[in-house]
Write a protein that binds this ligand. Structure first.
Ligand code: CA
Length: 222
């Protein structure tokens, strides 16, 4: 789903100049032609960003911006026609996130929109589990040691994940075996030892401890 952008601008030609490239760039665009209509659109649905003209009939851009800010932190870019408005705009930059002076190049508008959306809605961070120099992301199935990517087999990854998620707990070879048995038949205890040995070699870190006569664990960090 494309991000939703609301354009509040009274001149139809400018709305069109803005809307078409935004739609082409994959955004969903809604339009409003005056201040009250803009506020109405804002109340009706959620937007990821608002392009807001300042000189508008009904209610000007400053007023619209102020009312939106009472309820929402949605990113707002002000559109201004006059250089003389610059001073006012600067006084307003606490409420708006950015402003663009007309006449503008649509390339610039697209860049500003993109940059602002990136700044205000960062990609969700991967679910990194960290343990000393090692990081593991379950959703991305990636492991790094000291920042270097380590390629693990499916089972090696599963064993490491289990130990990491249960730091401090000792897993018997039987427990690990039942995990492994779900995937490969055979190998027995030697199979467990084999996978642990490979893991240790690949991780180049003595994270996985042997608990004599019981099994393996990754110690809790102090
Ligand atoms: Ca205008």
């Amino acid at each position: 789903m494309g991000k939703k952008i609301l354009i509040v601008e009274d001149e139809a030609a400018i709305r069109r100049i803005l809307a078409e490239p935004l739609v082409c760039a994959g955004y969903e665009v809604a339009e409003a032609s005056d201040g009250p209509e803009g506020l109405e659109a804002f109340r009706r649905q959620e937007f990821d960003l608002i392009l807001l003209d300042i000189l508008l009939p009904g209610l000007d851009g400053y007023a619209v911006c102020g009312r939106i800010r009472q309820k929402s932190q949605v990113p707002i870019i002000l559109l201004t026609a006059l250089d003389t408005e610059d001073a006012q705009i600067r006084g307003f930059d606490k409420l708006a996130d950015d402003y663009i002076t007309k006449p503008f190049s649509i390339k610039l508008v697209l860049k500003r929109v993109e940059a602002l959306l990136r700044r205000t809605s960062p990609e969700p961070a991967p679910d990194w589990i960290r343990c000393r120099e090692l990081t593991l992301s379950e959703t991305e199935r990636r492991v790094t040691v000291s920042g270097n990517e380590v390629a693990l087999t499916y089972l090696e990854f599963e064993i490491l994940l289990l130990l990491l998620k249960n730091r401090g707990r000792v897993f018997t070879r039987d427990e690990l075996l039942s995990l492994i048995w779900g995937y490969d038949f055979g190998g027995g205890e030697k199979g467990v030892n084999f996978h642990i040995m490979n893991l240790r070699r690949k991780l180049k870190a003595d994270l996985i401890e042997t608990v004599r006569g019981v099994g393996y664990k990754i110690a809790k960090e102090n």
